[in-house]
Design a protein around this ligand. Structure first.
Ligand code: DQA
Length: 158
């Protein structure tokens, strides 16, 4: 199973940028730990500060990967082009925000992207990426389990 994590503008500065909001860990460090916690998933990572590069990456992977975890940073609140890109691809996209955007400035309360995403995880810190990966893994297990033939009367554990 292949899952792509895509981070947008300013998320390359995690660990240095407003640590009281985003924490003290760099994404590179977190990504190493994340990979070791999810050995059953092939995880790739891409970060860019440029809207066009994010759109190009969604086009590139969005017909092949079984899941995309996207934190588009401030572009989440403004970008109709990213919204269209998510709508155009077939891979399900899970939107993640490290901070609780609803407890912050009003301009962060609306995401242009959420409507086109499978789901949204907000405010769980970097652990939000773990949760999103966990969901990808479990939902695939669930899809497999629903194809299994069970003896009559056996309960589906999902
Ligand atoms: C963010 C929230 C956005 O409002 C902000 O512009 C970011 C990071 C988050 O992960 O909490 O860059 O997406």
């Amino acid at each position: 199973m292949r899952v792509m994590i895509i981070n947008g503008p300013n998320l390359n500065l995690l660990g240095k940028r407003e640590p009281e909001v985003y924490g003290h860990q760099s994404f590179e460090d977190y990504y190493c730990d994340l990979k070791s916690r999810h050995p059953g998933i092939h995880i790739d990572y891409f970060q860019s500060n440029a809207e066009g590069a994010l759109i190009d990456k969604l086009h590139e992977v969005g017909f092949q990967y079984e899941g995309i975890i996207l934190n588009a940073g401030a572009l989440s609140h403004t970008s109709l082009a990213l919204k269209d890109a998510i709508a155009a691809i077939t891979s399900p996209v899970i939107e993640v925000h490290i901070s609780n955007v609803y407890a912050r400035e009003a301009y962060r309360h609306h995401s242009q992207l959420s409507e086109k995403c499978l789901g949204v995880l907000v405010g769980f810190g970097l652990f939000g990426y773990d949760l999103a990966l966990h969901f990808c893994y479990i939902s695939r297990a669930k899809a497999w389990a629903s194809k299994l033939t069970r003896p009559p009367g056996t309960k589906n554990i999902f």
